[in-house]
Design a binder for this molecule. Structure first.
Ligand code: SAM
Length: 253
């Protein structure tokens, strides 16, 4: 499986212009609805956009991510806010932690980075193995209809972002639709300029699988999750339609 590795330049600009309030509000609501129990784990936690509000709401949390650069941003924010939690630098597909959790969440469609279905099944097994009895896994993905929101196959686009440290990052992205439109790839070249001089270049090779609802439902059932509720991202009790993100709430037997 190709990894979407989040490098240093991308991680440092990740939160610029991001409003996570709808996602965070929805996941906090699900956590409370499903018992509001700790400990909570967020694999693929990134810079902590979700993890930190959970800590502030009183949950005892751990985070895990494949990118040391994303974790570094998260660690800095935790320090500034005087919050504590364990942050593990691991890949989800090989996740091995000492503890089990009452609630595991993967918001923001991040599970789609697991672009190989066999690896997705392996990840769901790792997630189940880390749940306490009656613990809940809540995560969301985007469906194939979401492809129309992305750039067309072969399209090139550009972005210019001013970073808080005064540098400017110019990104050139090349879109590809793979596996009959089920996997999106965006190959990004990020060039960082300081005082009009190029100081750093980084590649961010983004992969996301767009999952059919039934496809994941079947893997979840095979994995042994007993109760599986499906809802629209991020509105509880509304069925997902068309391009809507799909949230799965799954209980460990
Ligand atoms: C959309 S971003 C994270 C969003 C996150 N919810 C936040 O609040 O910042 C997706 C994250 O998944 C991580 N990731 C991608 N593939 C992974 C894998 N196989 N195992 C663990 N983390 C992974 C990336 O490093 C990145 O931080």
């Amino acid at each position: 499986m190709k990894h979407s590795f989040y490098g240093k330049v991308y991680a440092q600009g990740y939160e610029i212009g991001t409003d996570a309030s709808a996602t965070v509000g929805f996941y906090l609501e699900q956590w409370k609805r499903l018992g509001g129990k700790s400990p909570v784990l967020e694999p693929m936690c990134g810079t902590g956009l979700n993890l930190i509000p959970f800590l502030e709401a009183g949950a005892v949390c751990d985070g895990l991510d494949a990118s040391e650069h994303m974790l570094e941003v998260c660690r800095k924010k935790l320090h500034e806010l005087n919050l504590t939690c364990n942050l593990y630098h691991q890949n989800l597909e090989a996740m091995e932690l000492r503890q089990r959790y009452a609630f595991i969440m993967i918001p923001d469609g991040s599970f789609g980075h697991i672009s190989d279905k066999a690896v997705a099944a392996q990840c769901l097994k790792r997630l189940q193995a880390h749940l306490l009895p009656d613990g809940w896994l809540v995560f969301d993905v985007r469906p194939p209809a979401f492809m129309s929101v992305f750039g067309e196959h072969g399209a090139v686009d550009h972005e210019l972002t001013d970073y808080p440290d005064g540098s400017t990052v110019f990104t050139t992205g090349f879109w590809q639709h793979l596996e009959d439109g089920k996997v999106i790839r965006k190959w990004n070249k990020m060039e960082r300029f300081v005082d009009e001089r190029l100081v750093e270049t980084e590649v961010f090779d983004y992969y996301e699988r767009l999952y059919e609802l039934v496809e994941l439902q079947s893997i979840l059932t095979t994995t042994g999750f007993e109760e599986i509720h499906v809802t629209k991202a991020y509105e509880f009790n509304k069925p997902p339609e068309g391009k809507d993100g799909i949230v799965f709430c799954c209980r460990h037997a």
